[in-house]
Design a protein around this ligand. Structure first.
Ligand code: ATP
Ligand code: MG
Length: 180
């Protein structure tokens, strides 16, 4: 399983639709400071279900929408689409290619889809966590996060292990059920 395609539309600094075509193995993104390297990583986390504005290096969730520049108007929506090659069947879904997309509208409202079928955010999170891809630290290690792991409290460390073991999904479901 690997990410073979990532399309950013109106996501952070990527105002125009930008396609990244990836190969199996290691991908490096290089570029000058401020050119959008970390924004690509934020886009990956976001489309995989990241729900914390702080983890996305913003103050609020709609900071992911292109905010405009001196020469270009702000946009009304951000969209990221990710295609995963699933020919090894690592994702528990009957497709060799799985396309996940997330759209957020300025002023409120979000849409999610798996293979063009509308779904809930939870469906995306569960599909990925079933294959051991979570939305937290062991997938995307940001600057300074190695330090955070080393300094984690026992409870936080337990959280990493629970996520890797796939327990976190059931905990989230339980918490959701208890809130009803
Ligand atoms: P470094 O090498 O310093 O880590 P980088 O390539 O990782 O840089 P990013 O952090 O990805 O750079 O990009 C930062 C740029 O993205 C800044 O210029 C910032 O203004 C721009 N940016 C972030 N959010 C938005 C947004 N919502 N709308 C427009 N531009 C944005
Ligand atoms: Mg960066």
């Amino acid at each position: 399983m690997y990410v073979k395609w990532l399309t950013l539309r109106g996501f952070k600094s990527f105002a125009s639709a930008t396609d990244l075509v990836l190969e199996p193995g290691i991908t490096c993104i290089v570029g000058p400071n401020g050119s959008g390297k970390s924004n690509v990583v934020d886009a990956l986390a976001w489309v995989m279900g990241e729900g914390s504005a702080r983890s996305l290096r913003g103050g609020k969730m709609d900071d992911v929408i292109f905010a405009g520049t001196s020469g270009r108007q702000p946009l009304g929506r951000a969209q990221v689409t990710m295609t995963i090659d699933n020919s090894d069947g690592a994702l528990p879904i009957d497709y060799t290619e799985v396309t996940i997309s997330r759209t957020m509208f300025r002023g409120g409202g979000s849409e999610y889809a798996i293979n063009s079928t509308p779904c809930r955010l939870l469906d995306i999170q569960e599909l990925l966590s079933d294959s051991g891809i979570g939305r937290e630290m062991h997938v995307i290690v940001g600057q300074g996060q190695l330090d955070a792991v080393l300094r984690a409290t026992p409870e936080e460390r337990r959280g990493f292990i629970e996520e890797a073991a796939g327990v976190l999904k059931h905990r989230r479901r339980k918490e959701k059920a208890l809130r009803k």
